[in-house]
Design a protein around this ligand. Structure first.
Ligand code: SF4
Ligand code: SF4
Length: 339
């Protein structure tokens, strides 16, 4: 059984939420005898342009100041997204983050300018043998993963496991989880400009009447999705065993790492912060939960949301938790310690 620490807080007071997050962090540090290294990146979600319900930058101020006070150098860390949006390339991603107020500390985008730089982490699990994790994560041993618990169209919900699985994976790792390997070209949108063929380092794209991807050469780096000016290259979202792959990627992302997880169960929307639209919360705010076991933490968040709403919300994601437990990422059995 894993311990999950909880501070109840339903107010939308972001200064107080920041203080509560720090109190939870300090609790884990003292309970666990945790010793920070000199540099500790904080994994957050900056929110897609147009989204208004991501966790605001000021919620991280207290944690950042505390780390600096104790001699730790913090930074934000993220990877570029798979689809075309305001966080597809490093340049756009940092611009979006800054426009959302994430200006307190340096921002590291771990998978290179267009999301193609990664390290392979061998896990040899049922669906994934090697995870493609953003190269920039490799030089750090410790992280603080700060998540926003909310719904997600494919995963059921997004919390700590999704932060690890998608947030640590390079674009090709995201593609591997969502679909098979190769993206597809929409012939109606393609103007045969040749940009993708020039960009593909694997000679996998032929520029004919439209671009054509040779699946036998494509390694699924997904770089072409980022560079196409027409948005004509897409991944196929309907891949199989997505929920299990998500857990396996989370396993790979956290393998050998020392991570403290803090999750804000606030602004609980139907869809995730990758949605560039204004959404209304569908459940009242609950508070902040934290721990060192991402499976226990996500299970506790899901149970609290279902209890609060009186509905079976986001239940689809429980399959991912069960697989995560099966492969040894953590346990779904938890003890809530309210502080
Ligand atoms: S970059 Fe896009 S529009 Fe240009 S050839 Fe490739 S798929 Fe077609
Ligand atoms: S076609 Fe080339 S650029 Fe596109 S995903 Fe495959 S290997 Fe990467």
């Amino acid at each position: 059984m894993s311990k999950v620490y909880f501070i109840k807080n339903s107010e939308a007071d972001y200064n107080q939420l920041g203080k509560d997050a720090l109190e939870l962090l300090k609790k884990i540090v003292s309970e666990d005898g945790h010793k920070f290294e000199k540099e500790v990146p904080i994994k957050v979600h900056f929110g897609e342009k147009g989204n208004k319900t991501f966790i605001p930058a000021k919620c991280y101020d207290e944690t950042i100041n505390y780390l600096k006070e104790i001699g730790v150098s913090p930074s934000y860390i993220e990877t570029n997204v798979l689809y075309r949006g305001s966080r597809t390339t490093t340049e756009l991603h940092i611009e979006t983050a800054k426009s959302h107020g994430f200006t307190q500390i340096p921002i590291l985008i771990a998978d290179g300018d267009i999301g193609t730089e990664y390290d392979e982490i061998e896990i040899n699990k049922e669906y994934i043998k090697k995870c493609k994790i953003g190269k920039g994560y490799g030089k750090f041993k410790q992280f603080i993963v700060m998540s926003h618990f909310k719904g997600h169209i494919a995963a059921g919900f997004g919390g700590a496991i999704k932060q690890l699985a998608m947030g640590f994976a390079a674009r090709s790792g995201k593609l591997e989880q969502h679909s098979g390997i190769s993206p597809v070209v929409d012939a109606d949108k393609c103007i045969s400009c040749g940009i993708c063929a020039n960009k593909c380092n694997f000679g996998a794209i032929q520029n004919q009447d439209t671009a054509v991807i040779d699946e036998s050469k494509c390694i699924g780096c997904a770089g072409c999705i980022a560079v196409c000016p027409q948005g004509a290259i897409e991944n196929t979202w309907g891949g199989s065993n997505f929920l299990e792959k998500l857990s396996e990627y989370a396993y790979g992302a956290s393998k050998g790492k020392d991570i403290i997880y803090i999750t804000f169960v606030h602004n609980i929307t139907k869809d995730c912060d990758c949605s560039g639209t204004v959404m209304k919360p569908i459940v009242d705010n609950i508070g902040i939960l934290a721990g060192k076991d991402p499976v226990a933490l996500d299970t506790a968040c899901l149970d609290l949301v279902q209890e609060k709403s009186g509905r079976n919300l986001f239940e689809k994601g429980r399959k991912s938790l069960m697989h995560a437990e099966k492969i040894g990422l953590g346990t779904m059995e938890y003890e809530i310690i309210e502080i």
